[in-house]
Design a protein around this ligand. Structure first.
Ligand SMILES: NC(=O)C1=CN([C@@H]2O[C@H](COP(=O)(O)OP(=O)(O)OC[C@H]3O[C@@H](n4cnc5c(N)ncnc54)[C@H](O)[C@@H]3O)[C@@H](O)[C@H]2O)C=CC1
Ligand SMILES: O=C([O-])CC(=O)C(=O)O
Length: 328
């Protein structure tokens, strides 16, 4: 028997991540290879025609799993019945814009989307904020969807996680598949903390296999500033790697992490590791029974503590700013 279709909403569908993401979703890579997909694409009015063009190309792929495609500029319609909401469309920072201006502009996008999710999404909805500032955009969305359990709102730090895996694998001359238990903590920003102290390579501590100066002066800044390095090189921000990470995030959420491993995701803090309750911060997480859970009981040394605290302080400041703006 064919499983019933899953409805996936993608915002910012006409953007560069949207173009790298939609074809992979429609081909069955988001959840599983047998599950039909109903796509709902949300764009601003000026970009609806471009999104319709992408929808025409999706049709032309004749993907067996692609059940239907709706394109709209109406958030209520886009999130009606949605099971998985990928919030990609966001207001980018432009010249002269302060952080507060950026948060306010994004509040104008994510608040109505939260309300629309609250009003019409399926009862099992899962939400991933990709658009930056991803953690605080997820928080704003969650604040406006009080009827949806808070744990369903997440922010994407899987790209940072994947970047960290690739950097460590190259350094040690191993495959990314040989690395376990790496973690990104905090904000999806340059303050994030990629943590090797619990990571294992070949069953041994990763931190013990690299020297401290490489870890502190090369690994951490390379991972944390990778987004900016891509913009410098490409003249545009990461798109295919971001789409890939969004696929990974949802696939793991639905299908689970491997035994003895974990991944990284921005999830609502329950106060673990001193991260204020309610902030959407990246943690090491396992996915079990369709839920992301924060890995508990890790020892955090002084080196890690300082860096986690600095990134979490930035998240708290962002929350204070959006509170003052009445957005949460
Ligand atoms: N969390 C992460 O790891 C990463 C996040 N990003 C972020 O993802 C976001 C999207 O990136 P790109 O696709 O490259 O940007 P883009 O500028 O190519 O596309 C964004 C699209 O969003 C649309 N949009 C704007 N407001 C909207 C609204 N209210 N409703 C629906 N659509 C709306 C725009 O019309 C545009 O088509 C950016 O905020 C970027 O900074 C990018 C890479 C990694
Ligand atoms: O800075 C950006 O817009 C892109 C981004 O988040 C990343 O590549 O990590």
């Amino acid at each position: 028997m064919t499983p019933s279709p899953v409805t996936v909403t993608v915002t910012g569908a006409a953007g560069q991540i949207g173009y790298a993401l939609l074809f992979r979703i429609a081909s069955g890579q988001l959840i599983g290879p047998d599950i039909p997909i109903k796509l709902k694409l949300l764009e601003i009015p000026q970009a609806v025609t471009a999104a319709e063009g992408t929808a025409m190309e999706l049709t032309d792929c004749a993907f067996p799993l692609l059940h239907s495609i709706d394109v709209t500029d109406d958030a209520r319609q886009a999130f009606d019945g949605t099971n998985i909401a990928l919030l990609v469309g966001a207001r980018p920072r432009t010249q002269g814009m302060e952080r507060g201006d950026l948060l306010e502009a994004n509040g104008g996008i994510f608040k109505p989307q939260g309300e629309a999710i609250n009003a019409g999404a399926a009862s099992d909805v899962r939400v991933l904020a990709v658009g930056n500032p991803a953690n605080t955009n997820a928080l704003i969305t969650q604040a406006h969807a009080p009827d949806v359990p808070a744990e369903r709102f997440t922010a994407m730090t899987r790209l940072d996680h994947n970047r960290a895996l690739a950097q460590l694998a190259a350094k040690l001359g191993v495959g990314v598949g040989d690395i376990r238990k790496l973690a990104i903590w905090g904000n999806h920003s340059a303050t994030q903390y990629p943590d090797l102290f619990h990571a294992e390579v070949g069953g041994k501590s990763a931190a013990e296999q690299v020297d401290r100066s490489w870890l502190a002066d090369e690994f951490i800044p390379t991972v944390a500033k990778r987004g900016a390095a891509i913009i410098d090189a490409r003249g545009a921000s990461s798109a295919a790697s971001a789409a890939n990470a969004a696929i990974d995030h949802v696939h793991t959420w639905v299908n689970g992490t491997a035994e003895g491993d974990w991944t990284s995701a921005g999830v609502v803090s329950d106060g673990s590791y001193g991260v204020p309750e309610g902030l959407i911060s990246s943690f090491p997480v396992v996915a079990r029974n369709g839920r992301y859970e924060i890995v508990q009981g890790l020892d955090i040394d002084e080196f890690s503590r300082e860096r986690i605290d600095a990134s979490v302080a930035e998240l708290s400041e962002e929350r204070d700013t959006v509170r003052k703006l009445g957005l949460v």
